[in-house]
Design a protein around this ligand. Sequence first.
Ligand code: DC
Length: 218
Amino acid sequence: MIITIDGPAAAGKGTLAQKLAAKYNLAYFDTGMVYRAVGIDLIANGISPDNIVGAEESARNMTFSKMQELAQNPDFRSPIGGQAASKVAAMPKVRELLLKMQQDFAKKPIAKDGSVVAGVVYDGRDTGTTVCPNADIKLFVTASPEVRAMRRHKEYLQKGLPSMYEDVLAQTKERDLRDSSRAASPLKPADDAVIIDTSDMGIDEVFAKVCRIVDEKL
Ligand code: DC
């Protein structure tokens, strides 16, 4: 069983994906991590995330374990990591170089507890369109920029990171624009995706709705 969940930043994809993975005993792949890993790799080596040659070199050498190592960097989940990821994710060759690593994960999916399981929940921007066009269930989860910026802002504050709502909103809109206007694999729902707007929905409501879709498919 392959489930893909795409959508803009902070729409609630990650929480939903992890809850689904736990309930249906599936592995979880947060594909934003591959782009964050390249972005952080560049920054850690004093290279600008705008540097195409450097980004392609990093993507060429990226592995699953190197990505997990880079995820320990304190900037990995910060706005710095997010902006860097968004820049390298707009480079077509970088996307091409990181595609196989994402697709290969479904061949032997490993769950959180280290066990090999029967499927994957992918979370990202193009997992239903490019990474797994043959997925069993495709979801496109979205919410208004204001709602998503407020969620991210609260997340940063909870983690003790400095944050201003207006700045987060501006960054959210900037990333939306970059993610949806890039030439390679832009952010857009797959033709066969179920679109879920979570602006006025709590996670429990979203989860219940998606579980009905999965149960029906099973
Ligand atoms: O989901 P996230 O915030 O960790 O994603 C970081 C960046 O990576 C985001 O700006 C868009 C990019 N991304 C992508 O282009 N394709 C994906 N499948 C996942 C993320």
